[in-house]
Design a binder for this molecule. Structure first.
Ligand SMILES: [Zn+2]
Length: 309
């Protein structure tokens, strides 16, 4: 089966609060040519203002994934990248007038909605895939968190989180990638944070835009948001949403199985760097040259947004 690369049919514009600055950020997403990948452009800067979405350009992974190059940075890129990857977009340009992508409602759902409204355009070149051939793993320093990529005939994520908190606890989810399930189950999951952390950050001038409108917030015992959760396993699903965004920095879909235990942006990026340095662990294939056994997800869309959005 041959799949072509995809971009947007037209520009998308949005304006929403930035998580860190608390100020409104204007963002324009534009179509890009085949093989161009995803680039971020800081329109508020005169020079050195373009950063490509690449694992080697990740400069910080505290709180969010931040890209940085030659003194320029763009923060909180993982949710928009997740939406692109979930919908199968290969090429786009994202322009902002700030150092961060708008946080929207803390999930990828608003981005998915806007992209679907603009529509996807097939491009002349074939889609490329990164096929995992040998297992690659990384652990965090404490030895607790671990994330691996192992060979598989499809893109699949198995994620396990374990928080010592009565409202989160241990959650497990297995996601065999398809656009339909991404749209229905994953993209709506919001980011989450603990009240004591939010207070600590805001006292230091960080996360100034963080609110109950763009995150699930937990005190010592419970969820503070009046509306509660969008689904019982929203926490682990958000971690999967983040992992899809982080993995997409490879610039093409993966054929492989990600297995994560207590992972996060830092470990996800360590995994990508380790993978790229292990040249016998992967190979690049066009869609037409993949093994017959490879399962490529449907490109059809079946939107079913929650009534609350
Ligand atoms: Zn996130």
């Amino acid at each position: 089966m041959k799949n072509t690369q995809k971009t947007l049919k037209r520009n998308i514009q949005c304006k929403s609060v930035g998580l860190h600055s608390g100020r409104k950020v204007s963002m324009t997403i534009k179509p890009a040519g085949a093989d161009q990948g995803i680039s971020f452009v800081r329109k508020d800067m005169a020079e050195n203002n373009i950063i490509k979405a690449l694992p080697s350009n990740v400069s910080d992974t505290t709180l969010a994934t931040t890209l940085g190059l030659n003194g320029t940075r763009i923060s909180t890129v993982e949710h928009i990248l997740s939406a692109f990857s979930g919908l199968g977009i290969d090429n786009a340009i994202i322009e902002t007038d700030s150092f961060e992508i708008p946080i929207m409602d803390g999930s990828a759902l608003p981005f998915v909605s806007m992209i679907k409204e603009a529509g996807l355009k097939d491009q002349e070149k074939e889609k490329k895939y990164l096929v995992i051939k040998k297992p690659v793993s990384v652990n965090d320093e404490s030895g607790e968190g671990k994330v691996s990529l192992i060979p598989s005939s499809r893109f699949e994520i198995t994620y396990h989180i374990d928080f010592n908190h009565p409202a989160v606890g241990s959650q497990f989810y297995n996601f065999v990638f398809s656009r339909e399930i991404y749209e229905r189950e994953i993209c709506l999951a919001r980011t989450f944070g603990f009240l004591h952390e939010v207070e600590y950050l805001q006292a230091r001038g960080l996360a100034l835009g963080g609110s109950l409108q763009n995150a699930i917030v937990l005190d010592d015992n419970k969820i503070i948001n009046k509306e509660g959760l969008r689904c019982p396993d929203e926490f682990v699903k958000h971690k999967i949403l983040d992992a899809i965004g982080d993995l997409s920095l490879l610039g093409m879909p993966i054929i492989g199985h990600l297995i994560a235990y207590k992972s996060g942006h830092k470990l996800n990026n360590m995994l990508l760097r380790t993978l790229l340095a292990s040249q016998d662990a992967w190979e690049l294939k066009t869609s037409g040259s993949l093994d017959k056994s490879v399962f490529l997800p449907s490109v059809k869309s079946h939107a079913r947004f929650p009534a609350s959005y």
